[in-house]
Design a protein around this ligand. Structure first.
Ligand code: ADP
Ligand code: MG
Length: 350
């Protein structure tokens, strides 16, 4: 059975006499042991979705199931999940050890067992030897690991993490992403991870649900989300993407200054193409590829690659990334007339 299921969950709030739909009908099926992310911009309904899984909010409509059981009306403390927040909410006057042991003590767990389990957990989060420290004597990353140990020591079957690394600076956040993934593998429980950071979601997740305006726009693995965005929103939100639209006849989409191969398509279509799939050159490409002519409007040097903004005849702009080979000078400069080309399989119809 699945670890977590949402069936057509809707959440409405009453705000100043008006109904606000925070979640507009979300269905999810999260597998046991999966690292699952909810990704989307601020206000799209991620936290509300998590709070319904945890039981802090009741859905207006729909069902929440944990490990096959309907828990829609079960209070949070009776659900076998735990939640970690961006603000760690540690007890400031307590040592690391006491912070982690707190829940077990409350449940009158035998002393010996507390000792063993807290010790084990501190080892997993790599804080052995810091048992006596207070939260304020530790870095943000260490505090977050204490919060994690405290949430995991009760052995919940699923852990919900709502932007847990949001307060950390970039370097620490990247180190913690790797740590979190390792910890999840080690404890083997289901993680549901909320983030607005696409790189974070792509790095850590087995699967990602991309949310926008209260709905899931795409649910797939990181690679598929990146390479085959299902909607224009997903294409724009994850990395950089080009959108080309028009009317297709006989599998070919005519655009200003060129054509896009869309095998099997007829009528109005929109395709996405990732910037790194496009080749920039001065010669007209051979047949059998998508190709378009344009003028270089901007070249940005970005270390390992260059980013080109190329204007088409109708004013549309196409972004192209090109790797910098160590012996290469830029292949095109601002104002140059160029040809862009890419293989048919790199255009995705959305
Ligand atoms: P996210 O976590 O993706 O930023 P939220 O789930 O917090 O988004 O919020 C989704 C939408 O619901 C937002 O428009 C937010 O203003 C609204 N919302 C969230 N909680 C409440 C509430 N308690 N009362 C009224 N509106 C709310
Ligand atoms: Mg939120």
């Amino acid at each position: 059975t699945s670890a977590i299921e949402l069936e057509n969950v809707v959440k409405e709030y009453l705000s100043h006499g008006e109904v606000v739909q925070a979640v507009k009908g979300v269905s999810l099926d999260i597998a046991e042991g999966e690292f699952f992310s909810l990704l989307g911009p601020s206000g799209c309904g991620k936290t509300t979705t998590m709070r319904m899984i945890a039981g802090f909010e009741a859905p207006t409509k729909g069902l929440v199931k944990l490990h096959g059981q309907d828990v829609t009306n079960v209070p949070p403390n009776k659900r076998d999940v735990n939640m970690v927040f961006q603000s760690y909410a540690l007890f400031p006057h307590m040592s690391v050890w006491d912070n982690v042991a707190f829940g077990l003590k409350q449940r009158k767990t035998p002393q010996e067992e507390i000792k063993r389990r807290v010790g084990e957990m501190l080892e997993i989060v790599d804080l052995t030897g810091r048992e006596k420290r207070r939260p304020r004597e530790m870095s943000g990353g260490q505090q977050q690991r204490v919060a994690l140990a405290r949430a995991l020591v009760n052995r919940p079957r699923a852990l919900l993490l709502d932007e847990p690394l949001g307060a950390l600076d970039l370097k620490l956040r990247q180190a913690m992403q790797i740590e979190l993934k390792r910890i999840q593998r080690e404890v083997g429980i289901t993680f549901v991870y909320v983030t607005h950071d696409q790189n974070e979601a792509l790095t850590m997740s087995d699967r990602i649900a991309v949310m926008n305006d209260g709905l899931v726009e795409q649910l797939a693995g990181p690679r598929e989300i990146y390479e085959r965005p299902a909607t224009a929103f997903v294409a724009g939100f994850i990395g950089t993407s080009n959108l080309l639209a028009g009317t297709a006849t006989a599998g070919e989409l005519k655009i200003a200054g060129g054509r896009v191969l869309v095998p099997g398509q007829e009528g109005d279509v929109t395709v996405t193409v990732r910037p790194e799939k496009i080749t920039i050159g001065t010669d007209e490409p051979v047949n059998g590829v998508s190709s378009v002519r344009g003028t270089v409007a901007e070249v940005v040097y970005l270390g390992t690659y260059n980013s080109y903004a190329v204007s088409l005849a109708d004013g549309a702009e196409v972004t192209v990334f090109q790797q910098n080979a160590h012996d290469a000078t830029a292949t095109a400069e601002r104002g140059d007339s160029v040809w862009l080309s890419w293989q048919a399989q790199h255009s995705y119809v959305i």
